[in-house]
Design a protein around this ligand. Structure first.
Ligand code: FEO
Ligand code: CA
Ligand code: CA
Ligand code: CA
Length: 648
């Protein structure tokens, strides 16, 4: 299939910042350093396949999981494809559970493919661009489903453009979080219309600011002079779940919704605005034209109330979501929650921007099993850390440490502008860089192995690696876990805390998968030894572990299936064995979609997966309804014909 060349997304005016632009191919300039060191250390027999000199697969050479069982992958791999459908292994089938515009209240209206809804109808329906998701069981075949609606695909969402106040009302309701009960009847999962727990959280839903920035001068506004109540959440990308039954929605590109009605040319960014990409123009959502909350000339502090993790209790539709500012302010991807052996809650967090950092939060107080009330504010207080990776040893592995971001330590002092912990959190990025955090290739999802202490982060790609500084002006040369200049393909990096202590200072890391194209490269761009012509992919993004320890990998990359990406097909979902390193393609999504968001039914016989933005950029998808229908982001349920457990 022939696609138009990919737009070079402008950092300020991009409709979304995902890097599908690889027109400036940099493989020729790629550093040979890692490759040379690898082959020097390991010779050319064990790690050479065909003409491609490959870096060793760390998982095969020395398992970081401690598991030595056979493969946990029990399905037949599917080939890459550019088909406008969901492609699954033999014996698997899918159904669409819910799509953008589907009402969750009987007072709403069915999706209207002509108008595509109004502000009022959208407030009673599921939003656009489903992303992170979780199912909270209410029974074996019944649960409350929570899903992020990351942003709206404006070309499809507003057939007449964004012009009126109602267009903006609809856009705000197309964002946020959807909470709705689902039930399985006659083998099919359906929305429970008017379910008691059904709720839409939008860009206008009141939320409590908790933690270090609560009441800080920089979050006070005319509408909220105390700085304690923020309205809404948007651009929620990945998610997290806590063991006490709450959902974490993660605010990513919050900056793209602010603009000034003043003189654009005269607008001068503050250093804080510059680091977070808040500027004179928005990314085209136009909210500022109908709601002065988004007009920086009137409300310069409003953006400081965004960029956080939002904790939502799905079991109480009247609960006020809480912004957990102790977990840092940045372009949050997702939140991987672990209870450490010593009882502290540990949350691993990525900041998805080129050359930004990887973080860890450790709660001050300890988890009390089974006591939801005691646990409900564990994310309010604790210590935030940034990851510092050492340079790689010969096999692209090494050690690293966590550095605390605490006011008064490591140079985070008043003379540097950090007068209190609120200042550190508001400008987490600057604090993290100041203490020596490692610049990463766009940290997307982080997941922790439920059967081990190994943790994985998807580093999706970074065309600027080794070429341009990050948003803070920090240089980004290749480094240990980010070994390629102009990284086109991305990698999944794994670490294991020393002594298995998630609250400890140090960790050991390796690269679980260096994505690449071994059919056209024979250098580091061929990828690691577990990347083959049969499973190659680019731009790992969503990650999920099932309880049997399978690592599910979702992609948000270049789907041209040409040149550097020839043979990779549409975006997809693969499954990896942490112990052996084997990776098999499980699902391929429809045209121009991203596959993102994953959760399971309690019996593990249904896999829920998100298909985001099919048909973006005007590409010819008609998923899920076919014919000439409007493509819609959808939540899909995957089951086996024989009713078996997914993946076995
Ligand atoms: Fe919304 Fe970083 O993906
Ligand atoms: Ca993502
Ligand atoms: Ca992405
Ligand atoms: Ca996306």
């Amino acid at each position: 299939m022939q696609y138009d060349s990919f737009d070079d997304f402008d950092e300020v005016n991009s409709p979304r910042p995902d890097d599908n632009d690889f027109s400036n191919i940099l493989h020729k300039a790629m550093s040979r350093r890692g490759f040379i060191k690898t082959t020097a250390a390991f010779g050319t027999t064990a790690f050479v396949m065909g003409t491609a000199a490959r870096i060793p697969l760390a998982g095969a050479a020395e398992s970081a999981t401690g598991s030595s069982a056979g493969s946990v992958l029990g399905f037949q791999a599917v080939p890459a494809t550019s088909a406008d459908t969901i492609t699954l292994p033999p014996g698997y089938k899918h159904q669409v559970v819910a799509s953008w515009g589907d009402p969750i209240f009987s007072s709403g209206s069915p999706f209207d493919p002509v108008t595509r809804g109004t502000g009022a109808s959208q407030e009673l329906a599921l939003g656009d661009n489903n992303d992170g998701m979780a199912l909270f069981p209410l029974g074996e075949d019944h649960g409350v489903f929570v899903v992020n609606h990351e942003y709206v695909n404006r070309d499809l969402f507003h057939p007449d453009g964004v012009q009126t106040a109602d267009d903006v009302r609809k856009s705000k309701a197309g964002h946020g979080v959807g909470v709705f009960e689902i039930k399985k009847t006659d083998g099919k999962w359906n929305i429970v219309m008017d379910g008691a727990l059904n709720r839409r959280i939008t860009a206008d839903t009141p939320m409590e600011l908790t933690g270090p920035v609560r009441g800080h001068d920089m979050v006070k506004t005319a509408a909220d002079p105390e700085g304690v109540t923020a309205l809404g959440t948007w651009n929620n990308c990945g998610n997290g779940e806590t063991p006490w039954g709450t959902y974490l929605a993660c605010e990513e590109n919050f900056n793209g919704y602010f603009a000034t009605t003043g003189d654009v040319d005269a607008f001068e960014q503050t250093p804080l605005q510059k680091r977070y990409g808040v500027g004179a123009k928005d990314w085209g959502y136009s909210w500022y034209q109908h709601d002065e909350r988004f007009d920086l000339s009137k409300n310069p502090n409003e953006p400081n109330r965004f960029g956080y993790i939002v904790e939502i209790d799905p079991m109480d539709p009247n609960s006020v979501p809480k912004k957990r500012t102790a977990l840092g302010r940045f372009k949050h991807e997702n939140a991987a929650v672990v209870i450490a052996d010593n009882g502290h809650v540990v949350v691993y967090l990525g900041d998805d921007e080129r050359g930004e950092h990887l973080y860890r939060f450790v709660s001050k107080n300890k988890y009390v099993e089974g006591d939801k009330a005691a646990n409900s504010d564990l994310l309010e207080e604790g210590t935030l850390y940034v990851a510092q990776f050492d340079e790689a040893s010969d096999d692209l592995a090494g050690s690293g440490r966590w550095i605390a971001l605490l006011q008064g330590t490591h140079g985070l002092t008043a003379d540097k502008g950090f007068n209190d912990q609120g200042d550190v959190i508001l400008n987490t990025r600057t604090a993290a860089s100041a203490v020596g955090g490692t610049t990463m290739d766009r940290p997307e999802w982080v997941v922790a192995n439920p059967n081990g202490t190994d943790v994985y982060v998807a580093l999706t790609n970074n065309k600027n690696r080794g070429k341009k500084p990050n948003a803070g002006g920090i240089d980004t040369p290749v480094n240990g876990p980010n070994p390629r200049v102009g990284n086109l393909y991305g990698q999944v990096v794994r670490w294991n805390p020393v002594d298995g202590d998630h609250t400890g200072e140090s960790f050991e890391w390796d690269i679980y998968a260096l994505a690449g194209n071994p059919t056209i490269h024979d250098d580091l761009n061929a990828g690691s030894a577990n990347i083959t012509a049969d499973n190659m992919f680019n731009s790992p993004d969503g990650l999920g572990f099932d309880e049997n320890g399978r690592l599910w990998i979702q992609t948000d990359g270049n789907y041209s299936n040409e040149e550097q990406f020839a043979g990779m097909g549409n975006n997809q979902m693969l499954c990896g064995d942490p112990a052996t390193g084997e990776i098999r393609r499980f699902l391929v999504g429809p045209i121009s979609c991203e596959v993102t968001g994953v959760t399971w039914s309690p019996d593990r016989r249904t896999l829920f997966v998100g298909i985001q933005h099919p048909g973006e950029k005007g590409l010819p998808s008609h998923f899920p309804d076919g014919g000439d229908s409007v493509p819609r982001s959808s939540i899909v349920a995957v089951t086996r014909e024989d009713g078996g457990i997914i993946g076995t």
